[in-house]
Structure formats: C-alpha cells, structure tokens
Design a protein around this ligand. Structure first.
Ligand SMILES: Cc1cc2nc3c(=O)[nH]c(=O)nc-3n(C[C@H](O)[C@H](O)[C@H](O)COP(=O)(O)OP(=O)(O)OC[C@H]3O[C@@H](n4cnc5c(N)ncnc54)[C@H](O)[C@@H]3O)c2cc1C
Ligand code: SF4
Length: 319
C-alpha cells in the first residue's frame, strides 16, 4: 500500500473542498471497497478524507411522504429501518442479498452506490485495463467475459456495475444529493448517476472530483409487491450474475431493473411497459441492443427466467 495522509472532515462543504484541493485525495466512508483497492494499488490516494463525523447517518421522512437517507447510513441500518421494510421492501431485499452481515455493518449508502466493478482484469494489475489506466486496453473483450456486460458496454470496456442496492434505488426513482467543492448542491436522478463506459471507462459516475454525496432521497411509496431476486454462483458472498429488482402492482404493471448485465443498473422504462405481457416481452425490449459474448450469452436467458419467476411469485401472492 502506498503511503497517504488521513484527516477527518468536520463539515460536508469542508470535506468537498479538501478533496478538491488535492488531485490525489479521496473520501473514505466504510472503507470496505476503497481499502481493498488501496491494498492492491489499484487506488492510490495521497490523502483520505474520512466522512464519519459529518452526521450523515440519519434516515428521515420528507415533507412529500418520501425518505431521506444520509450518505453514511450503514447498509444494515437502512435495510432494517421500519419504514424501509414496510414501504420500500425492494430496497431491504436488495441490500440483504449483498455481501455479508459484517460488511453490511460497515458499508454505507454512498459507498455502496460508488463501489467499483468486479471485472477480474480490473483487479489483476499484471493485466492492462482501460478502467484502471485509460488507453491501456481491455483484455476482457475477447477474453474471459462470463461475468461481464451483455448490454451498455463499449469497445473500451464491458464491465458490469456490481452492486445490489442501486438496482432497488433505480426502481424506486431515487435522487442523489451532493455538495460540490464551491458549496453549491445538486440533486442527480439515479438514472443519470452511473455512466456507461463509452470512450471514458475510467469514469463510473457523473460526480466531479471533490463532489460529496450527502444523501439519497426516495419519493413517496408506490405500493405494489416488492421483489429482489439475485442469481449468483454461490448463495452468499458473491456478486450477481443476473439480478432483478421489481415492484409489481395488482394489475400486473410495474417497474423492473436488471443487475449484473450492464455497466449501470439496467432499467428500460419502455421495456417494463410490457410487464403484463410477460417476462420475454420485457427482456426482448430491454436487451434489444445487447451485444453478448459467447461466454455471457446465457445471461439473456437467465434474465428472462429470473423475471418470469418474479412475475409468477407476484401472481401467486395476490390476495
Ligand atoms: C467480500 C465482499 C463481498 C461483497 N459483496 C457485495 C454484494 O454481493 N453486493 C453489493 O452490492 N456489494 C458487495 N460488496 C461491496 C460492498 O457493499 C461495498 O464495498 C460497500 O458498499 C462500499 O461502501 P463503503 O462505505 O465501505 O465505501 P468505501 O469503500 O469507503 O468507498 C467506496 C467509494 O465511494 C467513495 N465515497 C464514499 N462515500 C462517499 C461520499 N459520501 N461521497 C462521495 N464519494 C464517497 C470513496 O471515495 C470510494 O471511492 C462486497 C464487498 C466485499 C469486500
Ligand atoms: S471490461 Fe473494463 S474493467 Fe474489465 S478489463 Fe476491460 S476495461 Fe478493464
């Protein structure tokens, strides 16, 4: 691990300004992703600004009946919160499908949204990787791509976004609140938060250097039945090959986001309009532009079957 300095921020704007001042500075939250990347020297920050004292660990209701989740709320606290369990069940289920109990105790809301890909080449510093070092190449293309994206990739990168919580946040139409280094704030719809790789795969999201996530807000509950189904190689401690976050209403309409298939949570609103016609009708549209490899073509069938299981469960649970 390369040497670095460590400071604890005392205000959100101060944290943002401190990171912005140094090109090599980064925020530290639970550290469960960042410290792993530092040990492998994939991330080499010169300065860590710890955000644990910023009092961003509260969950509050909003005047319009929604929920405001502090950026530092742990995954455990969020998934166990009574209002989340009652009104945003897809979020509780998605979080609990991720990592392990110990990791969820440390992992935070912002850190989870900002975790980096699990592409095996990204983690192997003996190999080139455009996401680690732009312009160095992408050995996954033409290499081992079983875990990687079937849709949304580019000729620079076909990594997937690995997280579970963001799939639920996408279905719930969450908004990400930030403070910039100049003290101004912005609200970013989650649909616009994670980037597709295009020609700049090193940039996973639209945050500026030094922009601090302060909270995630959810609109008022939308009712319906909430599902998160994750298919993976083993029952725990594994990232999704394919996952489905869904909210299905009594009449069969609803929302669906796919995980494990793309560089960001994959929700295609025009495709979910086909939910009453069944899973195949949805995935035909959601994956219309897919470019699977021979290694990961199976994800297309898996996505259809996983969604079919969700739809069947929704029907079976109707009163
Ligand atoms: C063995 C293992 C298994 C796992 N399995 C799963 C899984 O199945 N599903 C899943 O979803 N996740 C899984 N994870 C990932 C885990 O959920 C993430 O590591 C965790 O959520 C990251 O949160 P953190 O608070 O520890 O972030 P950190 O590691 O502290 O930070 C992550 C990134 O976010 C940035 N950051 C943190 N807070 C802010 C902020 N407020 N504003 C701006 N930037 C910020 C940091 O600078 C860093 O770049 C697994 C992790 C491990 C180690
Ligand atoms: S898919 Fe992306 S993360 Fe994986 S090796 Fe290629 S450039 Fe790197």
């Amino acid at each position: 691990m390369k040497s670095f300095t460590y400071d604890r921020a005392t205000s959100a704007a101060g944290a943002a300004a401190a990171v912005a001042r140094a090109p090599g500075a980064m925020f530290l939250a639970g550290g469960t992703n960042l410290l792993d990347l530092m040990k492998l020297e994939i991330a080499t920050p010169t300065q860590l600004i710890d955000v644990q004292d910023l009092k961003l660990d509260r969950i509050e209701t909003t005047p319009d009946g929604g929920l405001r989740i502090g950026a530092f709320v742990s995954n455990t606290a969020l998934s166990a919160h009574a209002v989340v369990r009652r009104d945003y069940g897809v979020l509780t289920r998605a979080i609990q499908a991720g990592a392990s109990g110990q990791l969820r105790n440390k992992a935070t809301t912002a850190g989870n949204l900002l975790q980096r890909t699990r592409c095996p080449y990204f983690y192997d510093t003996n190999m080139p990787c455009n996401k680690r070092k732009p312009g160095s190449g992408c050995p996954a293309i033409g290499g081992c791509s079983r875990q990687l994206a079937v849709v949304g990739g580019s000729d620079q990168c076909i990594a997937t976004y690995p997280g579970d919580m963001a799939q639920a946040m996408r279905v719930l139409d969450a908004t990400i609140e930030t403070v910039k280094p100049d003290g101004t704030t912005r609200a970013i719809p989650i649909a616009d938060f994670h980037r597709l790789p295009g020609a700049a795969p090193d940039r996973d999201n639209v945050l500026e250097h030094g922009e601090l996530v302060t909270a995630v807000t959810l609109p008022a509950p939308m009712g319906g039945r909430h599902f998160y189904r994750k298919v993976r190689d083993r029952a725990s401690y594994a990232f999704a090959l394919v996952s489905v976050a869904a909210v299905i209403q009594e009449d069969g309409t609803g929302r669906v986001s796919f995980g494990g298939v793309a560089p960001r949570p994959w929700r295609v609103e025009a495709a979910e309009a086909a939910l009453p016609q069944g899973a195949a009708a949805v995935t035909r549209r959601a994956f219309a532009d897919a470019k699977p490899t021979d290694d990961n073509r199976f994800k297309m069938t898996l996505a259809t079957r996983t969604l079919a299981a969700v739809i069947a469960q929704a029907k079976a649970e109707r009163p």
